[in-house]
Design a protein around this ligand. Structure first.
Ligand code: PGA
Length: 264
């Protein structure tokens, strides 16, 4: 049942702390030209970019003025609405810039900024309050993998992140094994599918069959043009969250066009 619904694949580029607003404009413009040349059909694969906060206004202006078939979002959001939180960015501000998505709980936030499961859950609620679709990142470290196997930590993180949210919401889940991020060593498609299936079971249990059936689950961690096809063949993997390779225009464009080079 959950796999009989067609989910539009999402290829999302997480730029992390790269590309300033001028570089962002040039990148998005060239990406759009490439998509137009390739007669990209946005209803068959959705493309989204996640620039640093300081680029969002420029990216919004370009995308809306030229009606480019590229979605965009932020890499993080505050769990607070407004007030004395120096350096934080409210979901209201992101919604005001037409962001469609926001990445929440990326492993770099969890590790480098000590973000807890509770904070991730609060951020998910803050995003939903402003109709931003959270891309909820979950994944195990190499140590977790050894101690608890592959699915236990991602499953526990997802349960914590969506606790208490309503069953009608628009969310995306990204399974990103921490050991695969930026390491050049991606999970195998089979490993990604196994965890994605376990995560979909959590969605069924928590939000019901219908929401689980339409929710996209992405794989992330050393995705490249040469390995994307294998992930996209898996029934529970509905796209990719791409880091390093999203900064290389040729590579990212090729990932977006995975259907062409594998005949999917
Ligand atoms: P990577 O990063 O593609 O460079 O491994 C993925 C991510 O951090 O989202």
């Amino acid at each position: 049942m959950t796999n009989s619904v067609r989910r539009t694949p999402l290829i999302a580029g997480n730029w992390k702390m790269n590309l300033d607003h001028l570089q962002a404009i040039a990148f998005v413009q060239k990406l759009a030209w490439g998509l137009a040349d390739a007669k990209h059909d946005a209803s068959s694969v959705e493309v989204a970019v996640f620039p640093p906060f300081t680029d969002l206004r420029s990216v919004q202006t370009l995308i809306s003025a030229d009606k480019l078939p590229i979605a965009f979002g932020a890499q993080d959001v505050s769990e607070h609405e407004s007030g004395a939180y120096t350096g934080e960015i409210s979901g209201a501000f992101l919604a005001g810039l037409d962001c469609r998505y926001v990445i929440i709980g990326h492993s770099e936030r969890r590790t480098l900024h000590a973000e807890s499961d509770e904070q991730v859950a609060a951020k998910v609620k803050a995003a939903l309050k402003h109709n931003l679709a959270p891309i909820i990142c979950v994944g195990e470290t190499a140590e977790d993998l050894e101690k608890h196997g592959q699915s236990a930590v991602p499953v526990a993180q997802l349960k914590a992140a969506i606790e208490g949210i309503s069953s009608t919401v628009d969310i995306v889940v990204a399974y990103e094994p921490v050991w695969a991020i930026g390491s050049g060593q991606a999970a195998t498609p089979e490993q990604a599918e196994q965890v994605a299936a376990a995560l979909r079971a959590v969605l069924v249990e928590t939000l019901g069959e219908d929401v689980a059936a339409k929710t996209r689950i992405l794989y992330g961690g050393s995705v490249k043009a040469s390995n994307i096809a294998g992930f996209m063949r898996e029934p529970n993997v509905d796209g990719a969250l791409v880091g390093g390779a999203s900064l290389d225009l040729t590579e990212f464009s090729s990932i977006v066009r995975y259907q062409k080079h594998v005949g999917l």
